[in-house]
Design a protein around this ligand. Structure first.
Ligand code: UDP
Ligand code: MG
Length: 133
């Protein structure tokens, strides 16, 4: 079994899309084994996105993910990391395929609704950040 971190970002919560997004994850056969709603502090957001700290979009990204509560979950399954990345689609919703979460609901390359870990190593690090227990 592989684990990955999945996060519904503030726009997904504000737009009342939690249920539809979670339904897609469950329909894809992934098991949700932990789930919490929380507000990310700026420090936590900075740690989560530390790989992007030199990018031009970094400060705007931190503003966005700290703009309201998020829903974080641990998803498990064989190949969960790649399965969830496929389910969310490309970073830019304009390039994400129909039937993907970002392709169907995302607004722009910043406001793309969801996060999913990009490797098992990222997943371990990110799960520890969101679920320290
Ligand atoms: N992002 C952005 N502008 C960009 C690229 C990314 O605002 O040009 C934001 C977007 O919210 C994205 C996050 O930064 O989800 C992390 O970027 P990454 O390249 O890791 O994309 P992801 O792994 O989320 O698909
Ligand atoms: Mg990423």
């Amino acid at each position: 079994m592989e684990r990955t971190l999945f996060v519904i970002k503030p726009d997904g919560v504000q737009r009342r899309l939690i249920g539809q997004i979670v339904a897609r994850v469950e329909k894809a056969g992934l098991a949700i084994t932990a789930l919490r709603m929380m507000s990310m502090s700026r420090d936590m957001a900075a740690r989560h996105y530390e790989a992007h700290k030199d990018k031009p979009f970094y400060e705007g990204l931190l503003d966005y993910v700290t703009s309201g509560p998020v829903v974080a979950m641990v998803c498990e399954g064989a190949g969960a990391v790649n399965d969830l990345r496929a389910l969310i689609g490309a970073t830019d919703p304009a390039k994400a395929g129909a039937g993907t979460i970002r392709g169907d609901f995302g607004v722009d390359v910043t406001h793309n609704l969801v996060h999913a870990s990009d490797s098992p190593e990222s997943a371990s690090r990110e799960i520890a950040l969101f679920f320290p227990d």
